[in-house]
Design a protein around this ligand. Structure first.
Ligand code: SF4
Length: 211
């Protein structure tokens, strides 16, 4: 169990799953780089958070709730938590808002699962599922919080803590995802992350220009 002083931002899980170096740049070196996607995401979140608490027939919807888990060592905010009537109780159902469409990897699901574990710790409820709303497809993806997703989330939270404890930013590793990464211009993975040397990279540029 982590103490209050050791709690880290829940958003770090999606960063470490996407790229360990990106995670270190944000959470160790405190750098942040906006690109079109992150800027649009912030606007979308502000829209979500501007609305008030809603009450529907069997659902109470609350926005912008602070959440934390001492087991994971994480603290953050939930975009939306719907409380669904279940017998005499209200069962939390976390909903995360994302721009774009469902991803092939688990970055969004892991973040939602961490919210689920926080809410379970805070409320004592067992939360079986939640949902992610994607702006591009204007649709909800239901997410089951099964054993595998919970295990992946817990493992990543541990790795996130180890990275922060180490205080070391790893070197870049160039891959396809670098072209969509908001840190591309800070990180320069094309130069420092390729297996070939900087000398070779510069030689390639000169060759391309003289062709
Ligand atoms: S540009 Fe590539 S290596 Fe650098 S932080 Fe982004 S994903 Fe990681």
């Amino acid at each position: 169990m982590y103490s209050d002083e050791k709690l880290l931002p829940l958003s770090g899980l999606q960063h470490i799953l996407y790229c360990v170096r990106q995670c270190a740049l944000i959470h160790i070196e405190q750098q942040w780089a906006d690109n079109f996607f992150t800027a649009k995401g912030i606007v979308m979140h502000e829209k979500v958070h501007n609305e008030k608490i809603e009450r529907k027939k069997d659902i109470v919807i609350e926005r912008d709730i602070y959440i934390r888990s001492h087991a994971l060592g994480l603290v953050g905010k939930s975009d939306v938590v719907e409380f669904h009537k279940s017998g005499a109780r209200l069962l939390p159902f976390p909903v995360e808002y994302k721009i774009g469409k469902p991803k092939e990897d688990n970055t969004d699901k892991v973040q939602l699962c961490a919210q689920c574990i926080c809410l379970e710790e805070m409320t004592g409820c067992n939360i079986p599922r939640g949902a992610i709303f994607y702006g591009k497809t204007r649709s909800r993806l239901n997410v089951e919080f099964d054993k595998e997703l919970r295990a992946q989330t817990t493992k990543l939270a541990g790795e996130f803590h180890e990275l922060i404890e180490s205080g070391v930013t790893p070197k870049p590793e160039y891959s396809k995802k670098c072209s969509n990464c908001s840190f591309n211009e800070i990180c320069l993975p094309e130069i420092f992350g390729r297996k070939s040397t900087v000398k070779q990279y510069l030689r390639d540029i000169v060759n391309e220009e003289t062709v």
